[in-house]
Design a protein around this ligand. Structure first.
Ligand code: TRP
Length: 463
């Protein structure tokens, strides 16, 4: 694919689904419940939603504008828009490095979902004796991730799957995929949430999700909520910039951003509605369990709800884990595409070569991340495994930092005329609230993100 012949998304719904495909993934179904559980539930969710509206939406719209206006990868885009001015184009490489780090640890978890799909196919979970010791699924999970071989194989297979789709190109690969899989996933999530709400832990789960305890809020919780908002929306590293560079001129950027953020938040809340009733239905299980939460809660919910229907107990988990693999895939595709487009367009490597390099680098770091949870457990950096370190650095620091720069760039550097043209498609759409939008972009988003950083660094002391 050459520069002046870049791929394009064919339809408007394809655009929304592909962007939502990037946004919806393990961030919603695995990371959101994990973070909400560790940070006290409802109060975290409230702050999370504020972060989506105040920082997430403006930054997402900004990424869309920059990408579509320049038709270039994130780094080239900033160079084109602000030639010679400050060093804005460093946002590109910052995003590229963060993208590779996320791709590496994310693929580890995606590999787990692949294993769970296979185990569901083999009917392993239903054969485990869950009547005696309640935590068979917890034991299984801990044994599984500590194993040096099998999780690594799953990770490699998953990264190669991503490689395959990215190598096939934009329209055919990504768009085709998202159109089928996203709606199916929604339906299944809703069905599962319906069942989860019939379990005995439902009322406790609902209270955990929706009754805020404000005494639990501190600067760490706020930083976690902001990081989760950026992570879940796929913003802060130019990923959606790159996608928007494949948008056609008639795509309504604001509407697309609002739809994507809406779908993404909806899926996160629904997965909370599935996971927390399950958590409170299993004796001894705590919401603070961390990354294992989803992988232990889900098999439990299938067991509790479908105990008397062996066929459903077989088919539904299989379908669910399979869709989770696909949802992860549409997210890793966007991370891979970000780095591939950067190497191809900015450094003029052939697309094929760029694709191979990204895959190879991420295989290397992905395997290290995977092993860091098992045989490499003793090797920690700042008390964290490589897996945790990559998650921490990217979600809590690099993404919000990228978001801060993108907001500053759009608010203070980008020509207002460009912003107006992109928001209204050169005057064809009406856009109310331009002033409010600019105010959010210039002041609210940058100042908010900065304050949260400073507070976390203990420069300020709100809490
Ligand atoms: N948002 C995705 C999820 O929730 C993960 C993701 C894809 C991402 N692309 C990204 C996160 C870019 C940060 C930046 O699963």
């Amino acid at each position: 694919m050459e520069k002046n012949n870049r791929g394009k998304f064919a339809s408007k719904i394809g655009v929304i689904l592909a962007s939502a495909g990037s946004a919806v993934g393990l961030g919603n179904i695995w990371r959101f419940p994990t973070e909400a559980g560790e940070n006290g539930g409802a109060a975290f969710i409230l702050i999370y939603i504020c972060c989506i509206v105040l920082f997430g939406l403006p930054v997402m719209i900004a990424e869309f504008m920059i990408g579509r206006h320049t038709h270039a990868d994130a780094s080239t885009a900033f160079k084109k828009l602000a030639p010679g001015k400050l060093q804005w184009h460093w946002i590109g490489p910052l995003g590229v490095v963060a993208g590779m780090m996320i791709f590496s640890f994310y693929s580890v978890v995606a590999g787990w979902t692949l294993n769970y799909t296979i185990q569901a196919g083999l009917n392993s979970f239903n054969q485990m004796d869950s009547t005696g010791s309640q935590n068979v699924f917890g034991d299984y999970f801990n044994r599984f991730i500590a194993d040096p071989i099998w999780p690594t194989i799953c990770l490699v297979v998953f990264i190669l799957l991503t490689h395959y789709v990215v190598a096939k190109g934009i329209e055919k690969g990504i768009e085709h995929f998202s159109k089928i899989m996203m709606p199916t996933l929604f339906v299944l999530l809703l069905v599962l949430a319906g069942f989860a709400l019939t379990t005995e832990g439902a009322s406790e789960g609902l209270a955990f999700l929706f009754q805020p305890d404000f005494s639990k809020i501190n600067s760490g919780v706020i930083l976690s909520a902001m990081g989760q908002a950026f992570f879940s929306l796929s913003i802060g590293l130019g990923c959606l910039c790159t996608y928007a560079s494949y948008f056609r001129p008639n795509v309504n950027l604001t509407k697309t951003a609002v739809s994507v953020a809406g779908i993404d938040t909806f899926v996160a809340i629904i997965s909370g509605l599935i996971i927390f009733p399950a958590v409170f239905s299993v004796p001894g299980m705590e919401p603070t369990e961390g990354p294992s939460l989803v992988f232990v809660a889900l098999p439990n919910i299938f067991r509790i709800v479908f105990a008397d229907y062996p066929i459903i107990a077989y088919i539904l988990p299989l379908l669910f884990y399979f869709l989770l693999v696909l949802a992860s895939l549409t997210s890793t595709i966007s991370m891979h595409e970000l780095v591939t487009a950067y190497l191809h367009e900015r450094h003029h490597l052939s697309r094929r070569k760029a694709t191979y390099i990204v895959t190879a680098v991420c295989l290397f770091f992905g395997i290290l991340c995977s092993l860091s949870l098992g045989i490499g457990r003793e090797y920690t950096i700042g008390g964290m495994s490589l897996f945790d370190l990559f998650d921490y650095l990217t979600a809590k620091w690099m993404l919000p930092l990228g978001g801060l720069f993108i907001a500053l760039f759009t608010g203070w550097q980008l020509d207002r005329k460009v912003i107006w043209e992109e928001l209204t498609n050169k005057g064809k759409l009406s856009f109310y609230g331009f002033k409010i939008f600019m105010f959010l972009m210039k002041f609210v988003a940058p100042a908010g993100i900065l304050l949260i950083f400073l507070d976390q660094l203990n420069v300020l002391s709100f809490s």
